[in-house]
Design a protein around this ligand. Structure first.
Ligand code: ATR
Length: 282
């Protein structure tokens, strides 16, 4: 039940219709019986979306595609790690002062650290878009040896320079996966409708490899299926979606997120085949 003192949080993106974020956040609010509600809002123009956060007194917003980079310009303050990444996925409104955060990288790290320590591990990160950047910055802070590969090689080179990665290149360097400890797919290859695609051929996978695909829907991507066939450890993309949302929940409410409830709502939707589109992979 909502009432006059219910705090409103929202997702701002375009499109937002198939997002699982409202489900995850609202499951958390309901479990704790707190007066919050989370709604998806479709905005083509992020500047107007952020104006409306102020006008309507919205407490917190998740920012998704295609607005993560541009949104940074319209908030009053930016958390330093988000500034470094150059993109925000979260806005918190404290008495009309809007602060931008990026919870994507932390969400990814938490998912990985459930199965391994990072330390001096050799990581191949495929992709150089917004999600890959957030992950690359956080990984380097953990001291991993990082190789960034991307279809557009120049973007990989630029990101590698920014984060001080050990190596970078185009997809012709994918055979480097053979000697890696961890492989992360941060490209959109494997998302609907091309769910039969894997960015990495099975021949390059091996049983000592931890494979993390940041695509959350479908839960079992083609890449994860191949990795499992090879005997590797897999990390589901939905975990990143969950953990980044839990951090947002804590920023919005100041209360520890009820992770198990939020995870159960999310996996139920994924296993029930809820048709979340590619933009909601994190
Ligand atoms: P996000 O915010 O999710 O990271 P993005 O910034 O659009 O989204 O990045 C998408 C990533 O997927 C990019 O690394 C992109 O490669 P390019 O930089 O070459 O465009 C990668 N990608 C998308 N489609 C791809 C494909 N068919 N093959 C290989 N890489 C692909």
């Amino acid at each position: 039940m909502t009432s006059a003192d219910t705090k409103i949080c929202c997702l701002i993106g375009d499109p937002v219709e198939h997002s699982l974020s409202p489900l995850i956040h609202n499951a958390g609010y309901q479990a704790l019986s707190i007066k919050y509600v989370y709604v998806p809002l479709r905005f083509q123009d992020i500047e107007r979306g952020i104006e409306d956060i102020r006008k309507l007194g919205i407490r917190g917003a998740s920012i998704t595609l295609p607005h993560k980079t541009k949104a940074l310009k319209y908030v009053d303050k930016v958390d330093p790690p988000a500034e470094e990444i150059g993109a925000i996925n979260t806005i918190v409104n404290d008495n009309d002062v809007l602060t931008g955060y990026n919870t994507d990288g932390d969400g990814a790290l938490q998912a990985l650290e459930e199965v391994t320590t990072l330390g001096s591990k050799k990581v191949v990160l495929v992709g150089s878009g917004g999600a890959a950047s957030a992950i690359a910055f956080r990984l380097k802070k953990k001291g991993v040896k990082l190789v960034i590969l991307n279809r557009t090689e120049d973007k990989a080179r630029k990101l590698a320079k920014k984060v001080n990665a050990e190596d970078s290149g185009g997809l012709e360097k994918l055979p480097l996966v053979s000697s890696a400890d961890i492989l992360i797919n941060a490209t959109s290859v494997g998302m609907p409708p091309e769910t039969d695609q894997s960015i990495i051929p099975i021949e390059l996978l091996h049983d000592r490899l931890i494979v993390f695909d940041i695509i959350s829907n479908p839960k079992n991507t083609r890449l994860l299926t191949l990795a499992r066939q090879k005997g590797g450890i897999i990390v589901y993309g939905y975990k990143m979606l969950l953990y980044q949302a839990a951090r947002q929940f804590e920023l919005f409410t100041g209360i520890k997120a009820p992770l198990l409830v939020m995870e159960s709502a999310l996996t139920k939707a994924l296993e029930g085949g809820k048709d979340a589109a590619h933009f909601d992979r994190r």
